[in-house]
Write a protein that binds this ligand. Structure first.
Ligand code: HEM
Length: 153
């Protein structure tokens, strides 16, 4: 069977998204733990302005996610017939969209009731599940060679 390979533009946009997303996800977890924590907190407190850091990662992520989304919806559209590929894109759109609808001071001021914040929390959960499904589905379809085709030539 031929070794799977991916187009360079997909590898670039997908790689940037896949690199920034865990940073956004983890910094979001720290922000949730410090400013919300209704359903549990991390057992430690990290110093620093994590809302600022999370916001900056978000600012770097959204143009990359937009370009990746445009690629996936045009050149890469045939791949979105795979549910395992479509789900992370949907969750990413929800996370970026709801994040942009939020205001930086809400959590600092204890305003935890906004709809955009609840959607953002849901998107955070959905992303973890969707990326898990994505990776499992890729492993099932093509094993490690397919997974690794996104990171190496
Ligand atoms: C971190 C979040 C991730 C998101 C949001 C994401 C999203 C996507 C999307 C939307 C596609 C379809 C692209 C298109 O339509 O052309 C895709 C394809 C792919 N992704 Fe990811 N992905 C993520 C992580 C990963 C990781 C960690 C790997 C493994 C290294 C990976 C490997 C692949 C591969 C191999 C394909 C091509 C699948 C195919 O040919 O159908 N992805 N990804």
């Amino acid at each position: 069977m031929p070794r799977p390979s991916q187009p360079s533009l997909l590898r670039l946009l997908h790689g940037l998204t896949a690199a920034l997303l865990p940073l956004a996800w983890l910094s979001g977890l720290v922000v949730y733990s410090r400013y919300d924590g209704r359903w549990g907190r991390l057992p430690f407190v990290l110093p620093g302005d994590w809302i600022d850091l999370h916001g900056s990662i978000g600012v770097a992520l959204w143009p990359v996610a937009l370009l990746f989304g445009l690629y996936a919806l045009s050149i890469g559209r045939w791949r979105l017939r795979q549910v395992g590929n479509a789900l992370p894109l949907l969750a990413l759109a929800l996370a970026v969209g709801s994040g942009k609808a939020m205001q930086e001071d809400w959590l600092r001021e204890g305003q935890l009731h906004h709809l955009a914040y609840h959607v953002h929390l849901l998107a955070w959960l959905a992303l973890a599940l969707a990326v898990g499904v994505h990776l499992l589905e890729l492993l099932r379809r093509g094993g490690w060679p397919l997974l690794l085709s996104m990171v190496k030539r």
